[in-house]
Design a protein around this ligand. Structure first.
Ligand code: URA
Length: 188
């Protein structure tokens, strides 16, 4: 059993795939290690690669807007990615990169034990919920797996490219906020 600090050391020293040669910084997940909600996106963007912190670039601003719509503060949740290293040119992660990196996400999930996981975008939804997941058709629907609820919504970068989806994504986040409050009440 490893601690959060040990896990971060493994990520920082990772050489499991060729992205270790092009990354500036590995990007370990960030947030409340006791958070009930885990957000999982695709891979760090170029600004995250420079900073070593998830969602610090323009998509981070969109994410903050979505969280605000749900009444959720960044400090109370945990945010991470399928890949911990930036794929050059922001290309889609390759299967071998995802498979090399997924043990870190599994361990983050094991340590955090979230009540709910929200996949941001297709790559996370297809890896964590269903390989055929279609965000436009299925976003906002929930499944339960081993007592943890999973859903998906649009990736903040997709919303930057197509802001007409922003209201839908905000509604998904409002429902996510409701779900967390409901789960909290059910525990009492
Ligand atoms: N896009 C992602 O998928 N993850 C980040 O951390 C930032 C942008």
């Amino acid at each position: 059993m490893y601690t959060w600090e040990e896990l971060e050391q493994f990520v920082n020293n990772c050489r499991a795939c060729p992205l270790c040669h092009t990354r500036k910084h590995p990007v370990m997940g960030r947030g409340d290690h006791k958070g009930k909600l885990m957000l999982v996106a695709e891979a760090p963007g170029s600004q995250e690669d420079l900073a070593g912190i998830p969602f610090v670039g323009p998509s981070g601003k969109v994410l903050d807007e979505l969280l605000a719509a749900a009444g959720i503060r960044r400090e109370e949740i945990y945010i991470t990615n399928i890949l911990k290293c930036h794929p050059p040119g922001n290309r889609d992660p390759l299967d071998r990169e995802k498979e090399a990196c997924i043990p870190y996400l599994k361990y983050e999930t094991y340590l955090l034990k979230p009540q709910a996981i929200v996949c941001l975008g297709r790559v996370a939804a297809q890896r964590l919920i269903n390989p055929d997941y279609r965000i436009t058709r299925q976003h906002g629907t929930w499944i339960e797996r081993k007592g943890c609820f999973l859903t998906a919504t649009y990736h903040p970068s997709a919303l930057l490219r197509d802001p007409s989806r922003l209201e839908e994504a905000k509604r998904d986040f409002q429902a996510i906020g409701e779900k967390l409050r409901h789960l909290e009440r059910a525990k009492k």
